[in-house]
Design a protein around this ligand. Structure first.
Ligand code: XMP
Length: 317
């Protein structure tokens, strides 16, 4: 019978055998999957695992610095790479959701490729692919091609001539979390909500600019911060804030304002395939709304998304 401890032990032994003295490169995202994959491989081969954590400028407020610090605490051999400008440049003027994903995926590969080449004699690319990623990426290639492309699967290894190792590919999210717990990974990493690879770029409807990223980072930090303060964070599967491409009229003192609208989204789900909107307390929503409008310059209206998946998706893009 399956236990996370037994899975971790046998996977570490298997990785030791498979990887030997080879060097392995892995892209950390700050998420649960890549972190757990990294720790399994770290236990198997230690410093021969070279982790790369790219700041794409599309992460949550302060996320890059904080997560990089936790990775170092975990003993990982990790390099942080500031590539914000490269991503912003690639995204300039791109409004189409799939267009954004394509630019981000391409830029990520460029940055990662360059970093990986700097590691002498690297043989393997490790990925935190989990079972549902494989299912979804198969459907991406299907005739309808309607499911969003996930940039963490495919493309990279062929280009870099690397063998691929994916220690989590048989697991669902819950399994990954319990393996992470067995490896004593910090709850701050294990308990975090899923966050899309393209990050805030797909939560900014329309084109992405550093200024818009800044606004939605501030909004999101208030929303997520207050969820944590009020003990709501762990009851929600995923939450985030969306910057809408419209302005609305408001009033401040005697002045008419014409500013941005943000949407808040919080969902309950098991695997992201279906999701229900969460009935967050009115009191909480009201406080969050006031805090956002008072603190974030340029935002004068907050709405709450009450759509479930299907037919809506979790992300707006
Ligand atoms: P949707 O919006 O399709 O999202 O209901 C389901 C889950 O997938 C995440 N998501 C992505 N993750 N790259 C990712 O790595 C993507 O392009 C992408 N699009 C959506 C979303 O955050 C949710 O957890």
């Amino acid at each position: 019978d399956w236990t996370s401890e037994a899975f971790a032990d046998s996977m570490i032994a298997e990785l030791k055998e498979q990887l030997g003295n080879d060097k392995v490169v892995l892209g950390l995202s700050g998420g649960v999957d890549s972190s757990v994959a990294a720790m399994l491989i770290h236990h198997a081969i230690g410093k021969n695992l070279y982790c790369i954590f790219v700041d794409n400028g599309l992460l949550r407020k302060n996320e890059f610095e904080e997560v990089l610090e936790s990775y170092k605490h975990m003993g990982l051999n990790v390099k942080g790479v500031d590539a914000k400008d490269q991503f912003y440049k690639a995204l300039a003027g791109v409004s189409d959701p799939e267009g954004k994903r394509k630019e981000i995926g391409k830029t990520f590969i460029e940055v990662f490729d360059q970093e990986a080449h700097a590691i002498k004699d690297v043989k393997w690319l490790a990925q935190g692919t989990i079972y549902p990623d494989i299912i979804e990426s198969v459907s991406v290639k299907g005739p309808s091609a309607t499911i969003k492309s996930h940039h963490n699967v495919g493309g990279l290894p062929e280009k870099m001539n690397l063998k691929v190792v994916e220690p989590l590919k048989t697991l669902f999210k819950d399994g990954v979390r319990s393996v992470g717990k067995a490896l004593e990974i910090d709850q701050k990493i294990l308990g975090r909500h899923p966050f899309p690879g393209p990050g805030l770029a797909i939560r900014i409807l329309g084109d992405v600019t550093p200024e818009k990223v800044h606004i939605i980072q501030e909004v999101d930090a208030i929303f997520i911060g207050m969820m944590k303060e009020r003990g709501l964070y762990d009851d929600v599967w995923q939450a985030g804030s969306i910057l809408l491409p419209i302005q609305s009229v408001g009033v401040m003192g005697d002045e008419r304002t014409y500013e941005r609208v943000v949407a808040l989204r919080a969902v309950a789900s098991v695997d992201g395939m279906t999701a229900d909107w969460v009935h967050l307390p009115y009191e909480f929503l009201s406080d969050v709304s006031n805090e956002i409008i008072n603190k974030v310059k340029g935002v004068n209206r907050v709405v709450y998304d009450i759509s479930s998946k299907p037919p809506a998706t979790i992300e707006w893009e």
